[in-house]
Structures are given as structure tokens and as C-alpha cells.
Design a binder for this molecule. Structure first.
Ligand SMILES: Cc1cc2nc3c(=O)[nH]c(=O)nc-3n(C[C@H](O)[C@H](O)[C@H](O)COP(=O)(O)O)c2cc1C
Ligand code: SF4
Length: 410
């Protein structure tokens, strides 16, 4: 695997994340300077379009296209939101960006917000992430003193206010429309789409919601060009990605590598292979809501393309070896989705509950033929009839466990 320049992690461990001077000394806020002094918002967005950067929050929507939709809306009031909810089990990459290089994220947020014409940006943070809140508060204060946000940014006519909004720490509030409800002080439940937030978002105004990792790529694109970015990684969804390796790998943790690597490359070359003395059983890609892959699928390249059979999702790769307690693992998935279902629609509210009941009975050795039949119905209902993707997520790994691992079926 060829060595590639680092974009997201290049400063990790080399600068003090709490000192803005350290970030500036390595060229930080250079992209913002270039944006305000040399570029028009349309030029900056055109570079992001050319980069073919796609959203790192899971859905993989083209970032440049989303920014363009909001930028082209004539409304005077628009919002930009950086999604830092990150409740997906096994996923902690966005927090690592905040911990190690908060100014990279802020610089991206400021450029993106100004490019779409927003005067207000929110950093939507999971309410349980107290450490990250403190880091962001410190970074925001330092950046404001340098006039990187606030009125007349760096002597220009751009104004931007930035606010940290701490949610209650609910998984569903990472879904962009539930997130909007949460900021508006409503119940954290998803909204019917369309209209999409890009047209009718926060307080009914055009709003761009982007994942933190997505945004952290923007300063590099502005400084180095979209064309250069588009040459990194997979042609269909280029760029660098933060992978979160966990479970039975020799080197667990967050690693930056290009998109398009196969699962085998990620486990063997980046993760150092399966833990010594353990035998690979399966891997789960993209957190608790992700698919399970067995040995024969390990040569699948992971991308954000719709044609990719295994969605990369948040980028987490959990390696499970044959000595794992599958009962506990499956129970942890069903418990998570039962707890996190927002309750707005019946198929998910009831389905996640029943799924968990059946799995609990199975764990106790009490599973009946009726349970097996009900399980099939529940999985189908979650996959096909729920109001938002959370219901489908609840069925993904369980469905794969039944089909690929032959668990819970005869
Ligand atoms: C249940 C659920 C939870 C989600 N959680 C997150 C999250 O924690 N962070 C995130 O960026 N996107 C999350 N998303 C995706 C967002 O709805 C949205 O697509 C994303 O923030 C857009 O940013 P991007 O285009 O940069 O990926 C979630 C989606 C669903 C359905
Ligand atoms: S699928 Fe689940 S999380 Fe989504 S609206 Fe329905 S109850 Fe809420």
C-alpha cells in the first residue's frame, strides 16, 4: 500500500491542540486567509465540488453539491452546522479530531459557513462529550481573539458567529433533521424529508449540516486544489478517511488512510492483523448499524459509492474472533437500538423492543419456533417500514448474523 500525505492527522502529536500559535506556525488558518483575500465563495465551492469530497457522516452525499445548494439559495438567513454528535458505538473519530487538532476543524467550519453565506454556525456536540466541549471553547476563544470569526473576519466584510450547542447525547440527534429539532428546543425526532435542510432547515431557513471529518478536509482542499484531492484514494469517492480499528486487531485506534482500501488491507496492513492466537470470525463495518462481513468478503474495497456492496459508514471496523461471546455482542446491539429508538414510529418503537426480547430469550436458551418466525417479520418490518434510517440500522447486523453467521436460525 503506497504511503499517502496526511490531511486530517498531520498535526496530531506534533502541536499542542490548545495553543492556536502552534496551529498557525504549521500554516494553520492559511486556507481561511486565502479564502477571504483571494477567493469568491463560488470559487471555493467549485474547488470542493472538483474534489468530489463526499460526506463522512455515513450517507456519503457530495459535500460540494450540498454547499452549492445552500449557497445558491437567495435567503439572507442561512445556517451552517457541524455535526459532532457521534453516538455510534465503536466510532470516535470526530472526537479525536477535536482532541488533537480543534483549529483544523474550526478553520473548515468558518470557510464552509462563509462560503454558503451563513452568518451563524453551530457546533452540535454530544452532551456527554465534556472534554471536547472544553477544548472547543478554548479554541473558539483563541480564534475569536485573532479575528478568525466574529465581525469583519481578518479585515474583510465577512461576519460569522459560532456557537457550541450541546445536545442530550441521543443517537437519533446525529440524524440531521432530529439535530435541527434539538437545536430548536423540540423533541429530538427526525422530520419528514423533503423538504431537505438545505431548503428548509434550522428555524425554517436553508441549512448545511456536515460531519466534522468532512469539514476537516476543507482547509487542505482550499490550499491545494480540489483536483489534487480528487486524485487521492478511490476514483468513485476520493480522499482520505479516518478508520477506527477495534476488537481483535493488533493495532487498534484511529488511522488516516485513503478511501478504496479493501477490508483485508485495513485489518492486515493498517491494523497489523488479527490479535495473536486468535482466529478471524467476522468484521463489522461502520459501527453497530453496520454490516457484518465474513472471510470471503474481505477483499471488498470500501468506498462511499452507492455501488459499494458494504457501506463504509462511519469508517469503524470491528474485528471479531472466534472466541468472542456472540450472545453478548448481539445483545449489546439490540439493547442499543431499543434504547435509542426515538419512539416516533411504531415499527421501530415496537420492533426494536421485540427484537431485544427475542435475543434475550435466545441468550437464556428459551427461543421457540414462534420467536424465529417473529424475528423474520420484525427484521423485514424494520428494514422496510420505519420512518428514518435508525430502524433499518437496527436490523442490519442482526439480519447479517442470521443470514451469514447462521445464528438464531435452524
Ligand atoms: C440515526 C442516525 C444517526 C446519525 N448520526 C450522525 C452523527 O453522529 N454524525 C454525523 O455526522 N452524521 C450522522 N448521521 C448522518 C446525518 O444525518 C447527516 O447525513 C450528516 O451529518 C451529513 O454530513 P455529511 O454530508 O458531511 O456526511 C446520522 C444519521 C442517522 C440516520
Ligand atoms: S425509525 Fe426509530 S428513530 Fe426513526 S423515527 Fe421511527 S422510532 Fe424514531
Amino acid at each position: 500500500m503506497a504511503k499517502t500525505e496526511k490531511i486530517l492527522t498531520k498535526n496530531w502529536g506534533h502541536i499542542n491542540p490548545l495553543k492556536i500559535a502552534d496551529y498557525i506556525n504549521v500554516g494553520g488558518y492559511g486556507a481561511l486567509k486565502k479564502f477571504v483575500s483571494e477567493m469568491k465563495p463560488q470559487t471555493a465551492i467549485a474547488e470542493i465540488v472538483k474534489s468530489k469530497l463526499s460526506g463522512r457522516g455515513g450517507a456519503g452525499f457530495l459535500t460540494g453539491e450540498k454547499l452549492k445548494i445552500v449557497a445558491e439559495n437567495a435567503s439572507h438567513e442561512k445556517y451552517f452546522i457541524c455535526n459532532l454528535e457521534e453516538s455510534e458505538p465503536g466510532t470516535y473519530k470526530d472526537r479525536m479530531i477535536v482532541d488533537n487538532d480543534p483549529h483544523l476543524l474550526l478553520e473548515g467550519v468558518i470557510i464552509a459557513a462563509l462560503a454558503v453565506g451563513a452568518h451563524k454556525a453551530y457546533l452540535y456536540l454530544n452532551g456527554n462529550y465534556h472534554k471536547q466541549k472544553e477544548i472547543l471553547e478554548t479554541a473558539l476563544e483563541a480564534a475569536r481573539k485573532k479575528n478568525f470569526w466574529g465581525p469583519g473576519i481578518m479585515g474583510s466584510s465577512y461576519d460569522l458567529d459560532i456557537e457550541i450547542f450541546s445536545g442530550a447525547g441521543a443517537y437519533i440527534c446525529g440524524e440531521e433533521t432530529a439535530l435541527l429539532n434539538s437545536i430548536e428546543g423540540r423533541r429530538g425526532e427526525p422530520r419528514l424529508r423533503p423538504p431537505y435542510p438545505t431548503e428548509t432547515g434550522l428555524f425554517g431557513k436553508p441549512t448545511c449540516v456536515n460531519n466534522a471529518e468532512t469539514i476537516a478536509n476543507i482547509p487542505w482542499i482550499i490550499l491545494n486544489s480540489g483536483k489534487k484531492y480528487a486524485k487521492l484514494g478511490a476514483t468513485c469517492s476520493p480522499g482520505m478517511k479516518l478508520y477506527i480499528l477495534g476488537g481483535s486487531v493488533k493495532k487498534p485506534g484511529v488511522v488516516e488512510a485513503p478511501t478504496g482500501l479493501t477490508i483485508r488491507e485495513l485489518i492486515d496492513e493498517i491494523g497489523g492483523g488479527v490479535t495473536l492466537g486468535k482466529e478471524f470470525w467476522f468484521a463489522q463495518i461502520g459501527g453497530a448499524s453496520g454490516h457484518l462481513v465474513t472471510e470471503k468478503e474481505l477483499d471488498t474495497p470500501l468506498t462511499f459509492s452507492r455501488d459499494c456492496p458494504i457501506p463504509l459508514g462511519s469508517g469503524s471496523i470491528l474485528v471479531v474472533d472466534k472466541s468472542a461471546n456472540i450472545y453478548d455482542l448481539i445483545l449489546s446491539w439490540t439493547e442499543f437500538f431499543r434504547r435509542e429508538s426515538c419512539g416516533k414510529c411504531v415499527p421501530c418503537r415496537e420492533g426494536t423492543f421485540r427484537l431485544h426480547e427475542i435475543v434475550s430469550r435466545w441468550q437464556d436458551g428459551e427461543i421457540s419456533e414462534r420467536d424465529r418466525e417473529a424475528l423474520k417479520d420484525i427484521l423485514w418490518t424494520l428494514e422496510n417500514t420505519t420512518f428514518c434510517p435508525l430502524g433499518r440500522f437496527a436490523a442490519t447486523a442482526m439480519g447479517d448474523a442470521v443470514e451469514k453467521l447462521k445464528i438464531l436460525c435452524k
